[in-house]
Design a protein around this ligand. Sequence first.
Ligand code: GLA
Length: 327
Amino acid sequence: MLKMTHVLAAVGLAAVMSHSAMAEPMKLGFLVKQPEEPWFQTEWKFADKAGKERGFEVIKIAVPDGEKTLNAIDSLAASGAKGFVICTPDPKLGSAIIAKAKSYDLKVIAVDDQFVTAKGKPMDSVPLVMMAATKIGERQGQELYKEMQKRGWDVKETGVMAITADELDTARRRTSGSMDALRAAGFPAAQIYKVPTKSNDIPGAFDAGNSLLVQHPAVKHWLILGMNDNTVLGGVRATEGQGFKAPDVIGIGINGVDAVSELSKGHATGFYGSLLPSPDVHGYKSIQMLYNWVSQGAEPPKFTEVTDVVLITRDNFTTELAKKGLK
Ligand code: GLA
């Protein structure tokens, strides 16, 4: 009798287990370096959308530094996740991330920022979803030049504040593209001033911008370029602090979604506009590729470039964001 109960209990337990294993959706991680940026919040939102459509769960984790990144991989593995998409806080963590992921048999796709080896070489073996950095940078330079001409500024009195972050390859390609395009349009190379930012946020860029402004007191009008909205916003805030008015400053950012509160202000500022790529596509596509890889063994391409971009300004940002389902 006792034996029978045991057998029944065992059968019952097995049934429950296999039922729960069947019912439990697949878990996939989405790790981002700067969750405070709407860019990354948008990626998360669209990764969730893909999960709802396909029936998998997205575990979203903020990874602002190396330690948090490695801990996040441990906790993903412990929760039974099968892989993750990541925008790493430091491209040089690439080898450590891959080693840890392999030890748990987790699949990895990089988004936005490419991994590099300890020697700084790009890790092409890891699938990457990324914006067309050079092209979008070139567009930034072209739009800055166009708007400068529209305002009828005297080029002799104009300077370019180029806030750089060259250790991040996507950033270096965007700002180089932008400066190349300005030179190609005819802007004098000697009036393009580069300054590196210590951190990729508004305060970092603000300090960089201030240090550059004090070195060039004769400049009357400024064009501001940088790798994303926050970098350019920091530069714009620096010009404001030094007494420049909105009509004498043209800043054009990249990311778009991070510029919404600035563009929503009731008055014009030196921040003229932003190039809006596709954070929705980055988020949706990267996790969908990961899901197909885990569930069907479909290996993703090593490189997926997202090229689509539109200039948003105070005049059109509401419509353009709505078109992409971002507002
Ligand atoms: C980098 C930047 C982000 C965003 C993404 C887009 O990660 O830090 O602000 O521009 O690239 O790919």
